[in-house]
Design a protein around this ligand. Sequence first.
Ligand SMILES: Nc1nc2c(ncn2[C@@H]2O[C@H](COP(=O)(O)OP(=O)(O)OP(=O)(O)O)[C@@H](O)[C@H]2O)c(=O)[nH]1
Ligand SMILES: [Mg+2]
Length: 208
Amino acid sequence: MIINAQYVSSVADVSKCPDHKMQEFAFIGRSNVGKSSLINALTGRVGLAKTSQKPGKTVTINSFAVESRIATKVGKKTIQWSLIDLPGYGFAQMGATQREKLRVMIEKYCLMRQQLNCLFVLVDIRHKPQTIDLQFLEWLGVNGIPFAIVFTKADKVGNDRGRWNVEDYKKVLCETWEELPPVFITSSESGKGTAELLEYIEKLAMIE
Ligand SMILES: Nc1nc2c(ncn2[C@@H]2O[C@H](COP(=O)(O)OP(=O)(O)OP(=O)(O)O)[C@@H](O)[C@H]2O)c(=O)[nH]1
Ligand SMILES: [Mg+2]
């Protein structure tokens, strides 16, 4: 259970990220997929991360400090960790220079940030696997960056359709991946899947 969540900073380069020892859990994916919304849904803080109907809203590495109260075998414990809202990739209308700038920002964060524990790659549950996402997953694999896949906007499809789409997605992943990553089905609108995602993050945060 999250007992506190607050905004820390927005920076344009990984070298400027806050100097702390907290484990970081970062959200990445195409522009408009729902990264910032999911940070708000997960923390239960409306407006903590800025969202927009228009793609290309988040253009910096935004850090949020979170405090969770969790049950352990020896009683309750408070742990601190960090959520990171990253800019989206693949927004066609953005100029090539800006897109390239964001790509470098994202890649440097993923490769250099020691505190990064797990990257959550968000994909819209309504769409068939997109080349840009599959290529990004491949890049993560080549670089040994731990990740999970989070399907977003589940409220926009029926339960059955959602499950089929996820199964289809997994089949495509199986063509190139020996082992499938953890998968979550979420909706920031209805709150579906956010408890499972939070539990997963808290478990990872507790290990360190
Ligand atoms: N129905 C529905 N809409 C959602 C959901 N999550 C996000 N949205 C909407 O999708 C749009 C984009 O959401 P953001 O959270 O700003 O997306 P983002 O991935 O952070 O976008 P960038 O910062 O531009 O990369 C907004 O209009 C949100 O209200 C969801 O689970 N269900
Ligand atoms: Mg955003």
